[in-house]
Design a protein around this ligand. Sequence first.
Ligand code: FE
Length: 464
Amino acid sequence: MDLVITGGTVVTMDPERRILEPGVVAIEGQRIAAVGPAPLASPPRPAPRTIDATGKLVLPGLINTHTHLFQTLLKGPADDRRLEDWFRQVVGPAACALTEEDCYRAAVVGCLEAIRSGTTTVKDFMYTHPRPGLSDAVIRGMLETGVRGVFVRGYIDDGVDHGVPPALVEPLDGILADCERVAKSYHGAADGRIAVRFGPCMIWTCTREGLVATQRLAADLAVGLTMHVAETPFSVQNALDRFGVGDLALLERIGFLDTPTLAVHCVHLTDRDLRILKARGTAVSHNPTSNMYLAAGVAPIPRMLLAGIPVGLATDGPASNNNQNMIHVLKFAALLHKVHTQDPTAITAEQALEMATIGAARALGLEGEVGSLEVGKKADVIIADLRNVHAAPLHHPVSSLVYAAVGAEVETVIIDGRPVMEAGRVLTVDEAKSLAEAQRAATALLARARIPSPRKRAWRPLAF
Ligand code: FE
């Protein structure tokens, strides 16, 4: 036994959803060796290193099923715009100017934010490749910070007619070659801490030929797929115009969903689309903050949950959020569906937490490894102290975490059995230096991409 966490309230997220007050979590190597009420019936010998979590919460690390780490450099410049303008005026031009250094700095700070707010698994969808090496730079940030990373080698192979900068459109043969290279280089890297998936960006930036070829390559290499699906009415209409069916139905028709797929957003779905998700076991990544920020619409999440469709929560990229704080997403997810359905029972605090832990693990096909505190699973554990003015006084740990906490309550983060943050101090990288370097990179990126500084934007005043 290497590490024992004692004294805390352990929210296991196991099949019985046990909450142990107090409980013990024992870790050996990368995995959880014991979980139970304190004291353990057979205490480990020899006495291991112990973390006293008395008065604190102990939880499985949160899982962010969809972000774009490079957008860590773009928190703010694209605020308050329509999706087309958001992409054409800011995110597209910035993406064209991205360097390896930018992607690395962004990934480090994005992963640090994840760690600080209790996220242990980050799925990054890297879809802009104006030059080689950007995937490697993002993965380097994941490796150095210590997060569990699911890296999606995304791509764009079409869409100039819809405002995609030509520099972001890659030739299909180059895409497939690089997807294979990234999968062979990194899938299973760092003792299995890094996984690779492939990701056509979204229907209006992709060719049908590319979708078919990507699915074939993913099946050959046994890696999963992901794609933005039915995010906006424009996405669905684009598919209808080109193929006579919506984007999800097209994926079904061409066999894309034969490979395990995480469909991101799924806002504008028909009843038939919901049946496709259920029948094909296709999982959904729900990004409530981003959907509100870009006014994309409201995904029918309560209906998906009723149908047993796997749903995981996510932040989406920091250009449409503008942070990576999954504790915020818990609250947004619950509130969005309450107001949308005018039913305060639509999504409960417990369901929100499930969608950020065991539900998210299921959506990523990782439920055998992470998402709950159970013997044999990877030791991805967080400790949070909710005794602050935001969350206290406490009555129920899940209520306080979902509706009252702000994210800064997370003190200690263990990933793969290894502490990456302890008592509020990040142990893997120099946080202050990383922040300073990311700030420099962000300022230089806007200048290089000729994006007007947000400081110069017009103040849109109240009319009084
Ligand atoms: Fe996205």
